[in-house]
Ligand binder design. Structure first.
Ligand code: AMP
Length: 384
């Protein structure tokens, strides 16, 4: 059995897999928030340990989601003290995420030192980005010194969704050029060629790219200079502004897409603008990534908004028939979750593919364990 832990800054998701079967799952929310019964991550881990009976669970491994793996971690990695120290050294690149991930790692390594703990990195799938895509046009000495480059995130989800999309289309992944649109609270677009990430919208941190629930995404870097000089904002003020007062929330006060859609339908101007900005930005990336790929076989929508909002999907891709992209209104509105929503025979297959981050992590952990298992002994009789 494999236990997967996905610790965010204020939540802890877990799932327990026995082979392909998810036998337990849950989420501890509002960790450390006022009035919450869970004061910190240690308490959250204790709750999960209690719920799954961690001390006696027959486990093969524990898989940990780690948001930032820097340039060094390009695949799932068994955690020892050195690996944990290296993840710690990456905290400046992911100050909101890596500390929570590390707490989960440290606590469960103490509780279950007898099983392998495996770190699965959000950045790892994007290790294949070509230099032209991963390099900022910034003084190279400065970039080198501080590890400044585009890393990309949502990689585990992207890899999983691209595999599922290939299966849905019954095509080998090696033949496919895809765009995965991961539209959740965080949002990203990724161009994938033959199963390899070649462009992605998040950069050094998960702030770049699409407009998100409360993050600005792309914004002229000079806005920060102006606000520092004219409004006297500090670095921390700007960090808070860009992360928590941008995106849908910054534009209309609500970061939940369901509320934004309801308000827009009722004619609320701010909500309409928020929706327009949100969809326009995605559309711009689809066009750009189509050009990067040269040929496009499929677009996959995933995560909370991508999976559940026919309106966002339809608006984002409206009027792109000349590019071979169509959304069939009936297929978009109804049907089982994982499906093709473009017209039959369309040059670009538009798909809805639910992501499952915990399962994706479990699959990566299982693949690593199988690789490192001793090779089966071949008896002399079998040798030819
Ligand atoms: P995630 O981070 O993947 O859990 O996605 C969260 C986002 O999905 C929030 O903005 C939700 O409002 C949005 N979402 C969930 N269900 C729906 C829905 N039925 N229609 C539109 N947005 C949804």
């Amino acid at each position: 059995m494999i236990l997967v832990l996905n610790s965010g800054s204020s939540s802890l998701k877990y799932a327990l897999f026995d082979g392909a079967a998810r036998v337990a799952a849950g989420t501890v929310e509002r960790i450390g928030e006022p009035g919450s019964p869970t004061p910190d991550h240690e308490a959250a881990i204790a709750q999960v340990a209690d719920q799954v009976g961690l001390s006696t669970l027959p486990l093969d491994a524990i898989g940990h989601r780690v948001v930032h793996g820097g340039a060094g971690f390009q695949k799932p990695t068994v955690i020892d003290d050195d690996v944990a120290a290296e993840i710690r050294s990456l905290i400046p690149l992911a100050p909101l995420h890596n500390p929570a991930n590390l707490q989960g790692i440290d606590l469960t390594r103490r509780l279950r030192p007898d099983v392998p703990h495996v770190a699965v990195f959000d950045t790892a799938f994007h290790a294949t980005l070509p230099a032209a895509a991963s390099t900022y046009a910034l003084d190279r000495a400065v970039s080198r010194r501080y590890g400044i480059r585009r890393y990309g995130f949502h990689g585990t989800s992207c890899a999983y969704v691209s595999r599922r999309t290939a299966a849905l289309l019954a095509r080998p992944i090696e033949e496919l050029n895809l765009i995965v649109l991961h539209l959740g609270n965080g949002a990203s677009a990724t161009a994938i060629q033959s199963g390899r990430s070649v462009e992605t919208s998040m950069g050094l941190t998960p702030l770049e790219g699409l407009a998100m629930g409360s993050r600005t995404g792309d914004i002229d870097p000079a806005v920060a200079f102006l606000l520092a000089r004219q409004a006297g904002m500090s670095v921390d003020d700007l960090d808070d502004l860009y992360h928590h007062h941008g995106g849908l929330r910054g534009l209309c006060g609500d970061n939940d897409m369901r509320t934004v859609l309801r308000r827009a339908a009722d004619g609320d101007g701010d909500a309409r603008l928020a929706l327009d900005v949100y969809c326009h930005r995605i559309r711009r990336y689809v066009g750009a990534y189509y050009a990067v790929l040269g040929r496009l076989d499929a677009i996959a929508f995933t995560a909370g908004i991508g999976e559940n909002s026919p309106e966002v999907r339809a608006r984002t891709l409206a009027g792109l028939l000349r590019l071979g992209i169509t959304v069939d209104p009936a297929r978009n509105a109804t049907g089982p979750a994982e499906r093709v929503i473009s017209a039959d025979g369309a040059p670009v297959s538009v798909c809805v593919v639910p992501t499952d981050e915990e399962r994706a992590i479990a699959e990566e952990v299982a693949a690593l364990l199988n690789q490192s298992a001793p090779a089966p002994v071949v008896s002399s009789v079998d040798k030819t």
